[in-house]
Design a protein around this ligand. Structure first.
Ligand code: 13P
Length: 233
């Protein structure tokens, strides 16, 4: 199983360091073999004394250059970061990233051998139209994306379930992941209000290979509790 924590715009350099230290201790103590990935804010990157995988929440598709406010490959290389989130709904809907920009990022970071957690998800009004509309919407989010890239992981995160406390039902997740599985060989994650109370039922869904957690991952105890539950499955 893959258990990933997206810190979004939370945690400082200091609190990330403490989080990773406690997490590292927990993983060693309990001999966890799940893949745990942390996506801290950029300001918290460091050469931590741990094997825990660190990823980038976002980066621009350049090695370096004049792109005010962005970071590129050079800045990620400094910290050995080789995993990146691309296409997160907050970047699509709040920061205005188009499919064209997203596909450029995908091309650049795949060419550079990154593991890519590629995020897709439909808004509420599409979900309300039924599964066919949902799948049509989701497949469009694969425009100009190489679904056969060997370091691809796909995260299905319905927009209406992110940060809202509303989780998609097991039936909705199961149906959507099954339909994605028809065309996609890569591991499939679910994200959207995953928490201690629901992670077990989500991880037991047939085509679910892990979770991408926001809010419930920001507190070390809750994140470790979710990892413990995963270990029992
Ligand atoms: P929440 O777990 O806060 O709903 O966020 C999910 C998410 O966006 C992970 O990338």
């Amino acid at each position: 199983m893959i258990i990933a924590a997206n810190f979004k715009t939370n945690h400082t350099r200091k609190s990330t360091k403490e989080f990773i230290k406690e997490l590292d201790y927990f993983l060693r103590l309990h001999d966890i073999d799940d893949t745990v990935v942390i996506f801290p804010p950029n300001t918290a990157y460091d050469n931590f004394d741990t094997d825990i995988k660190l990823g980038a929440q976002n980066a621009y598709h350049v090695e370096k250059g004049s792109f005010t406010g962005e970071i590129g490959l050079e800045q990620l290389n400094e910290f050995g970061i080789k995993t990146i989130l691309i296409g997160h709904s907050e970047r699509r809907h709040i920061l205005g990233e188009t499919q064209e920009l997203i596909s450029k990022k995908f091309k650049f970071f795949s060419k550079n051998g990154f593991e890519i957690i590629y995020c897709i998800g439909e808004p509420k009004e599409i979900r309300e139209q039924g599964i066919e509309a949902v799948m049509e919407y989701l497949w469009k989010q694969f425009d100009n994306i190489d679904i056969n890239y060997d370091r691809l992981i796909v995260a299905y995160e319905p927009v209406w379930a992110i940060g809202t406390g509303l989780t998609a039902t097991v039936t909705q997740i199961d149906e959507t992941l099954n339909l994605l599985r028809d065309r996609i060989k890569a591991p499939l994650l679910y994200g959207g209000s995953v928490k201690v109370a629901n992670i077990k039922e989500i991880l037991t869904i047939r085509n679910c290979n892990g979770v991408l957690v926001g809010t419930a991952s920001w507190e070390i105890k809750s994140f470790c509790d979710m990892i413990s539950i995963s270990k029992t499955l």
